[in-house]
Write a protein that binds this ligand. Structure first.
Ligand code: ACM
Ligand code: ZN
Length: 534
């Protein structure tokens, strides 16, 4: 009887050892053709994933796939170059068979008699393909995995698929930034927009001005709740050394994610003004802000030292971050001080300007020249349009879509990140008592999913100026890594289909079924997320 029972258990375990593979992952691939005959390829534990030697990015791809299958599904594969008849082959499409317009992120994933082949238009395409395989396998490994024969052809809808993280209101450790990058990579994102400076703290080391981060990163206290005038009386700080930033850039690069740094100017600058009060219109003193909101104190646009300061900061920023795109902020910069400042008024006269908004454009244009000379392109929040945007600038439309529409009509490139669809610091459930304390607002999963980044108001030509979409995680009320993940997931799942999947293929009910499998993966890896969805 005992033996019979053991036999029963072993049989049961063997049955469960077979993973249930499902290629309908998030974001949903463009085309999935399953074999009609229902054949499967059996991937056995210990199988090899191979690539042609001499390509470090492909080697990294293979090692990452092995690592993912191990952590997600407890399933071991070996990564080894140049192995004949390996069960998983990673390769790059040869130049001759590629069309000129081929998207470098395109890939084809085939499962057939001989095994799995992931062929990318580039190393990046291979990476996107192996992520699809990873998610299709999910969490259930065992000794073998039965992969149904399939041909998947896939490429993203938008070239810009971003997520912003505010590390200035709260500092997040380097290890968490890497974890955040892992989550982005899992969702096919390719841009981390890293918000590094604020009124509440300056978090980027500038070697030629060491006090900027040393002193500008520390606020003496933080308001409790929503600016009620009660404080914790605890100094709060932290900044990223240039070495750490480089480490993060390199980590992201292996996941084919570009890191766009943002130094917000000319507003949101109290961190810097605390250290260099002479750069403000009133001369200070200024404290690193212990409250939330928009400060009237901004950089003085009439002081020549302001541009000298900014150029020094951006020189070091560009040294550390290879990103072609550099974010100069530009949001929420009140012009009250400029109206009253003799230096700012003199500058307006000198330049023949009639509106203070044009002073911001003057700074933007100077920064544009400086960054363009380094081969970089600036991104600004949509306020940068108000005095006329510099020619090359890209607009990040956050106050609704109207800034983006106007910019696209002026033939500026646009990234759509409107508050109503993309501000994931808002509550995701109506019942805000069940949620961690937050900034307010209500942005449920279904609303994020419903976003269409190309507004109907634009004609086809103008629509081409929309580069993509992004969600933003502002962190006034988000001080801890698990809370940040909770705000991100599963709304990142929703935006990832907005960013990746052709709009005709989107379907919220089907998406929610796909999400159930993703949640199993989050549970396995230990990513916090909001279980309930609305
Ligand atoms: C912003 O939310 N102030 C860009
Ligand atoms: Zn001034």
């Amino acid at each position: 009887m005992k033996r019979l029972f053991s036999l029963f258990c072993v049989t049961l375990m063997a049955a469960f050892a077979w993973a249930e593979v499902n290629y309908e992952v998030i974001p949903l691939p463009r085309s999935i053709e399953l074999s009609k005959k229902g054949e499967v390829f059996t991937l056995a534990e210990g199988a090899t994933v191979t690539w042609a030697s001499g390509n470090e990015q492909m080697a990294s791809n293979a090692r990452l796939l092995a690592q993912y299958l191990s952590t997600d599904a407890n399933f071991r594969v070996k990564a080894e170059a140049d192995v004949k008849d390996a069960a998983i082959v990673l390769k790059i499409k040869n130049e001759k068979s590629k069309s000129k317009s081929e998207n470098p992120e395109a890939y084809q994933l085939t499962v057939g008699k001989k095994g799995v082949v992931i062929e990318g238009a580039s190393e990046e395409g291979v990476f996107r393909g192996l992520m699809t395989l990873r998610k299709a396998i999910g969490t259930e490994g065992g000794e073998q995995i039965e992969l149904p024969f399939v041909t998947i052809k896939d490429e993203p809808r938008f070239g810009y698929r971003g997520v912003m993280l505010d590390c200035a209101r709260h500092y997040f450790p380097v290890e968490f930034i890497k974890r955040y990058i892992d989550v982005l990579a899992l969702h096919g994102c390719n841009q981390l927009h890293w918000h590094l400076t604020e009124d509440q703290g300056w978090r980027f080391e500038v070697k030629s001005m060491p006090e900027l981060a040393q002193k500008g990163s520390v606020r003496q206290k933080t308001v409790i709740g929503r600016n009620a005038g009660i404080y914790d009386d605890q100094p709060y700080g932290g900044y990223y050394t240039q070495q750490e930033c480089r480490e993060i850039v390199a980590y992201a690069a292996t996941r084919f994610i570009n890191v766009i740094p943002e130094i917000d100017l000319p507003g949101h600058m109290l961190g810097a003004l605390h250290v260099y009060p002479e750069l403000g219109c009133t001369g200070g003193p200024y404290e690193v802000w212990p409250i939330w909101g928009v400060s009237r104190d901004v950089l003085c646009a009439g002081n020549p030292k302001t541009l000298e300061f900014l150029k020094k900061v951006y020189d070091e920023l560009c040294d550390v971050f290879p990103s072609k795109l550099i974010h100069i902020g530009g949001d929420e910069s009140p012009r009250d001080r400029w109206k009253e400042c003799p230096k700012c008024q003199a500058k307006m006269k000198e330049l023949g300007l009639t509106r203070e908004a044009e002073l911001q454009t003057y700074i933007n244009k100077e920064m544009d020249k400086h960054l363009s000379a380094k081969g970089r392109t600036l991104i600004g929040w949509d306020e940068t349009l108000e005095g006329g945007l510099s020619e090359n600038g890209i607009v990040m439309s956050w106050r609704g879509m109207k800034g983006g529409i106007e910019a696209a009509r002026q033939h500026h490139r646009v990234i759509m990140t409107p508050t109503d669809y993309c501000y994931i610091d808002y509550y995701q459930l109506k019942d805000d008592w069940s949620q961690p304390h937050g900034i307010g607002g209500y942005l449920p999963l279904s609303k994020v999913y419903s976003m269409e980044p190309i507004p109907a108001e634009l004609n086809e030509e103008e629509g081409k100026f929309i580069l993509g979409a992004q969600v933003n995680l502002w962190t006034e009320y988000v001080g801890y890594p698990d809370h940040a993940l909770y705000m991100l997931l599963p709304r990142l799942d929703a935006i990832s289909e907005v960013q990746w999947t052709p709009k005709e293929q989107k379907n919220f009910d089907a998406f929610k079924v796909r999400l159930e499998r993703m949640e199993k993966l989050y549970d396995k890896i230990g990513y916090k997320y909001c279980h309930k969805t609305e």
